[in-house]
Write a protein that binds this ligand. Structure first.
Ligand code: GUN
Ligand code: ZN
Length: 476
């Protein structure tokens, strides 16, 4: 594997050096509203308000949400004061009011797994995970040694998140510190709640030399980044070993040491995405009980640990994730695109040993930044297993479910008083077809289901972070 792997990578790297530092399309941030300083003036937003107060997988759909057909969301100092029915909630004097009647206001979408540096290689043809990484991903990521290149892509990436209504994401950088510095600098300007980390990858047998750190440099670079960024404004740091295959035992140990020294940081990695990956991992770590145990024996499980995919988990692995309060990021468009398999949501949410689940796009293996499109594919993945994913459950997973997966439910995810005012305004009728379909919808569920099946970034009217508008569709 190593010889062919390296051959492919060096050939691609050569090709890349001649065309790297390409121009990023110049409309990069044109649609992002320059953020005004946080206003102290109260703000009232009027529209149809939906948010989740309990887990529909536990209490059932009907008890899980609050909905105000004509609602008011009251915001002060970037936080939610209250949400309720228009005419019934007290409105502060002198508030700026924005009227979105007929449109849907939900908490900002939360993407629990995405790769900023893979934005430009979305839709790479023809491979499953390990070959896709070697052929497309590693050469693309090599460009992020350059801070200014990282900044261009970080800006583009953030503009894509916001135009899709995503206000929080758990983000992979590359092995280069610069990629994460650039990302945090740009996210800070927009006052977004974001979690990100530098990738750790040091195994010389599986990692090309142009994209490799060491156990020591990974530890030192991560520590520097943690000290600079973790808890700065709304930013948080994730210790990010790429996956077991690309890290040595020493490096996984260093990752565990970082997590122990900085216990409020996150752990973000991949697990059991693809069957060849699972088999390869077991061959590299024969001492472990299984794939997840490679992380577990290094102290990498816990309530701020997020494992992307988990398509091929075993029963003891679900149990261990549940015991440790670790989370899975379900990435439907990616699992279908790379042919990885069908995520067993029912098993993950088994009340006997529930595992926290959030939604992830996994761009660039995922094929859309849109959480609506991600819900659409999640529904189909359940259909293929003869299960139904209701629109309520899908919207829950993309908002409050993902907030819980990130242990951020005290800060974002719904409109409880005191939460940070991150929300998105969605148009039900962004296309003529959606207009026709919505006009025939029989109830709220039907409207939401049509939106998640047919919708995408065209449905996003405006995105707000900490009470300020950071994207507006009308500005294009
Ligand atoms: N496993 C290790 N690295 C990656 C990655 O970049 N994308 C996906 N989907 N899986 C991975
Ligand atoms: Zn991924």
């Amino acid at each position: 594997m190593r010889a062919s792997f390296l051959a492919i990578c060096s050939a691609l790297l050569l090709a890349l050096t001649s065309c790297s530092h390409k121009q990023v399309h110049s409309e990069t941030q044109a649609d992002i509203v320059e953020r005004a300083p946080a206003s102290t003036k109260p703000r009232v937003v009027r529209g149809s308000i939906l948010h989740f107060v309990q887990d529909p997988f536990v209490v059932g759909d009907e008890k899980s949400y609050e909905y105000f057909e004509d609602g008011a969301l009251v915001i002060e100092g970037g936080k939610i004061v209250r949400a309720g029915a228009w005419g019934q909630v007290a409105l502060p004097e002198g508030a700026d009011t924005e009227d979105y009647r007929g449109q849907l206001i939900v908490p900002g979408f939360i993407d629990t797994h995405i790769h900023m540096p893979q934005t430009e290689m979305i839709a790479a043809y023809g491979e499953q995970l390990l070959d896709w990484l070697n052929k497309y991903t590693f050469p693309t990521e090599s460009q992020f040694k350059d801070k200014e290149y990282s900044r261009k892509i970080a800006k583009f990436f953030l503009s894509q998140l916001l135009r899709n209504g995503t206000t929080t994401a758990l983000v992979f950088g590359t092995v280069h510190k610069e990629s994460v510095e650039a990302f945090f600098e740009e996210a800070e300007k927009l006052n977004l709640r974001m979690v990100a980390g530098k990738v750790l990858m040091d195994n010389p047998d599986t990692t090309p030399d142009f994209l490799r750190d060491t156990a020591d440099s990974a530890y030192n670079d991560s520590k520097d980044l943690i000290q600079k960024w973790h808890g700065k404004g709304r930013l948080l740091y994730a210790v990010t070993p790429r996956f077991a295959i690309t890290s040595t035992r020493d490096q996984l140990k260093a990752a565990g040491r970082l997590k122990k020294e900085f216990p409020t940081t996150y752990v973000h990695t991949h697990v059991s995405e693809n069957l060849d990956e699972v088999a390869f991992t077991k061959s590299l770590f024969p001492e472990a009980k299984g794939y997840l145990d490679v992380y577990d024996r290094n102290g990498l499980l816990g309530s701020r640990s997020v494992f992307a995919h988990g398509v091929h988990l075993t029963e003891p692995e679900y149990k261990r994730l549940s015991e440790t309060n670790s989370a899975i990021s379900h990435c439907p468009t990616s699992n279908l695109f790379l042919g990885s398999g069908l995520f067993n949501l029912k098993s993950a949410k088994n009340p006997a040993r529930p595992v926290k689940v959030g939604m992830g796009t996994d761009v660039g293996a995922g094929t859309s930044f849109s959480m609506l499109q991600t819900m659409n594919e999640a529904y189909k993945i359940q259909q293929l297993q003869k299960e139904k994913l209701s629109a309520f459950k899908a919207f829950y997973l993309s908002t409050m479910g993902s907030a819980k997966a990130l242990s951020l439910e005290d800060k974002v995810g719904n409109f409880a008083p005191g939460k940070e005012a991150d929300f998105v305004v969605l148009n039900y009728s962004a296309t003529k077809l959606q207009g026709l379909r919505t006009s025939r919808a029989k109830d709220l569920h039907d409207k939401l289901f049509a939106m998640m099946t047919l919708g995408d970034d065209r449905n996003v009217v405006a995105t707000f972070a900490a009470g300020e508008k950071v994207f507006s569709a009308t500005r294009q």
